[in-house]
Design a protein. Structure first.
Length: 126
């Protein structure tokens, strides 16, 4: 099935939330892009995880048999990040990212939201 989540705005509509983003103009540009990128990817990931489901998927880190997918990215010589690999987690805990319920959703997000992912992955706090 081809996903209907093709933009941040579509993800917000699927999640029943407003696409309005916070004002980050007081922050350095890279930090503002990072914060906005995290907000956007969280909404996109949640929408992809729940698309076609009867209820919201919430990863259960106590369930060792439940699969959870986390993407790994590699930076090219030109400075662009792209999908490289994934981890399939059946562990008790992981922090820092919203996992994907399905491998295909993780690949779809990596292929279609690279600009947002680049804003997140290019941020350095220096």
């Amino acid at each position: 099935m081809r996903s209907q989540i093709t933009s941040f705005e579509a993800a917000c509509a699927a999640n029943g939330i407003s696409p309005n983003l916070p004002d980050v103009s007081m922050l350095p540009e890279a930090q503002g892009k990072y914060i906005i990128g995290v907000i956007k990817m969280d909404a996109i990931t949640k929408a992809l995880n729940n698309e076609g489901q009867d209820k919201e998927w919430i990863p259960n880190y106590n369930d060792l048999s439940e699969r959870k997918y986390f993407a790994h990215y590699a930076r090219s010589a030109g400075g662009v990040w792209s999908y490289e690999d994934c981890d399939l987690w059946n562990t008790l805990s992981i922090a820092g990212a919203r996992p994907f319920r399905e491998y295909s959703d993780m690949i779809f997000a990596s292929e279609n939201f690279g600009d947002i992912l680049n804003d997140i992955l290019n941020y350095t706090n220096s």
